[in-house]
Design a protein around this ligand. Structure first.
Ligand code: UDX
Ligand code: UDX
Length: 480
């Protein structure tokens, strides 16, 4: 460990900053790691003695928090003080797609990153290594550098003029497996041009990552590699989802096709599960970023190629909601549908860009009565997600056996699956939570209103058991 590095500060206590810093603290007991955030409520949750209330759910995270919090891992609202104290500052704030202005709908909104850079410029003392952890458009490091450099001229009050080095160190963790991904990364990427700074960060990771997996690149390659990795992964999902539609039309089975192509070592077997479409905070945002970048540099064909990945995903999500409506005799109005899973994937409470949002909204627009279950997503979150663009009423008093016009297009969160299916017309599985694989379909069938349908967009339900229970069954990419 470099003797100079004593204290790390991370701005942004979210899905990336929280777990990443927890693992660094756990693996580097000699370092003092503080995660700061402007959101007081979030910090309070990180500091709660009951670790079951952490602001994000991630398997294995609570154990690390119990081990390290208060020893060398701290969560605080004191952003400025911690910046001043630290030798290395990670920027791990959100970078949502711009909603208005130049690049709206595609470019990332960098206002939070910029504001962090300004705070670092204003409050840091001595030499500080600034690390971009957030996924950023290529050449954002340039913006950060410019802001930091400009501060040198204005900080005449400081006894020592601060100096900075900027690195890009993108995070490749996936939610739900974040701790394992951080502890056993395929690679760690450090981009930069300041050898001392690169070496200092290299030494941090060397505490638990073998050196052949720590890759050094220039700043721009590192920034672009992160966008490219997410674009390639998302492209694989759109590819297999497009094939699922062909399977359904031709009598092929997408699971068999995936197994057959995945055995080719050049293609590989991972990330070939057809589902309800990709969600999560990164894939869409990062591809749109790539599209924006390509357009900016006049690469129209490149932009169109990548935009197609997002368009296919949108089409695929719509395809699923339309298919449910068609199977239920062309109308779901006043019909009760159980939605199993609202998170964008299992083992997380994150719903950002979850396919469930789009699919549920479409079904609500068609007048369905949705009973939504998810073991980790809170009711408040579902409410926020469903009312963003569609002002759908939420009926607190929905009794489980209502089929009438008054409650058309309403939803309710269900906590207990055992009573959820009473008088239901259909069940739609949207997230691959393990508990859904254990559902007793004979019990469910005894509660549902016939003819009843089970729709499995995640291929986690045993078709034989569902059919034996007398239920109609559809699953993604199954043309057989
Ligand atoms: C991530 C990544 O860092 C980003 O690269 C990716 O593209 C999207 O998601 P994530 O950790 O998932 O961010 O975001 P989020 O959970 O929203 O956490 C960001 C945190 O930063 C929030 O808690 C927010 O309050 C905080 N923040 C934001 C600050 O502390 N200061 C700011 O100025 C802005
Ligand atoms: C992704 C990247 O995997 C990660 O490296 C990056 O740092 C952040 O973005 P994340 O969004 O957390 O991680 O989850 P991921 O496992 O990649 O899943 C994204 C979406 O694709 C989910 O909705 C998931 O259900 C879907 N998916 C994934 C499929 O539909 N099929 C698959 O085979 C894999």
């Amino acid at each position: 460990m470099s003797s100079n590095l004593k204290k790390i500060c991370c701005i942004g206590a979210g899905y990336v900053g929280g777990p990443t810093m927890a693992v660094i603290a756990d693996k580097c007991p000699n370092l003092n790691v503080t995660v700061v955030d402007i959101n007081k409520e979030r910090i309070n949750l990180w500091n709660e003695s009951d670790t079951s209330n952490l602001p994000i759910y991630e398997p294995g995270l609570a154990d690390i928090i119990k081990r390290c919090r208060g020893k060398n891992l701290f969560f605080s609202n004191k952003v400025e003080e911690n910046i001043a104290d630290s030798d290395m500052i990670f920027i791990s704030v959100n970078t949502p797609t711009k909603k208005k202005g130049l690049g709206a709908g595609k470019a990332s909104d960098l206002k939070w990153v910029e504001s962090c850079a300004r705070k670092v410029a204003k409050h840091s003392i001595g030499h500080t290594i600034v690390v971009e952890k957030s996924t950023l458009p290529v050449r954002t490091a340039e913006v950060i550098k410019t802001i930091l450099e400009a501060s040198k001229n204005t900080n005449s009050k400081k006894s020592i003029n601060p100096t900075f080095a900027v690195l890009s160190n993108p995070e490749f963790l996936a939610e739900g497996t974040a701790i394992n991904d951080l502890v056993n990364p395929d690679r760690v990427l450090i981009g930069g041009d300041n050898e001392n700074a690169i070496q200092t960060l290299h030494e941090v990771y060397k505490n638990w990552v073998s050196e052949d997996k720590i890759l050094h690149t220039n700043l721009w390659s590192s920034e672009l590699a992160k966008l490219t990795a997410n674009a390639f992964l998302a492209q694989r999902i759109s590819s297999i989802n497009s094939i699922s539609a062909i399977c359904e039309s031709t009598g092929a089975d997408v699971r068999e096709v995936a197994r057959a192509i995945g055995s080719d070592s050049r293609i590989g077997s991972k990330f070939l599960d057809s589902g309800p479409g990709f969600g999560g905070s990164c894939f869409k945002k990062d591809i749109l970023n790539l599209v924006y970048l390509s357009e900016y540099f006049g690469l129209k064909e490149v932009a169109e190629f990548w935009e197609g990945v997002v368009q296919l995903n949108n089409w695929h999500q719509n395809r699923i909601s339309q298919l449910v409506v068609k199977k239920l005799f062309g109308s779901v109005s006043g019909k009760k549908i159980n939605i199993l899973g609202f998170a964008f994937k299992s083992n997380t409470n994150d719903t950002r860009e979850s396919s469930a949002i789009k699919i549920c909204k479409k079904l609500l627009e068609e007048g369905a009565i949705l009973y939504i279950h998810d073991p980790k997503v809170e009711e408040k979150q579902i409410e926020n997600d469903l009312k963003i663009t569609f002002n759908m009423k939420r009926n607190e008093d929905l009794s489980p056996n209502l089929h009438n016009n008054e409650v058309e297009g309403s939803w309710k969160k269900v906590n207990n699956l055992s009573e959820a299916f009473l008088d239901s017309d259909a069940v739609l599985v949207l997230t691959e939570w393990e508990e859904y694989t254990k559902i007793n379909w004979l019990d469910v069938a005894s509660q549902m209103r016939f003819p009843a349908w089970i729709f499995d967009s995640r291929s986690i339900i045993d078709p034989i058991k569902v059919k034996e229970a007398g239920l109609n069954f559809w699953r993604i990419g199954d043309g057989t």
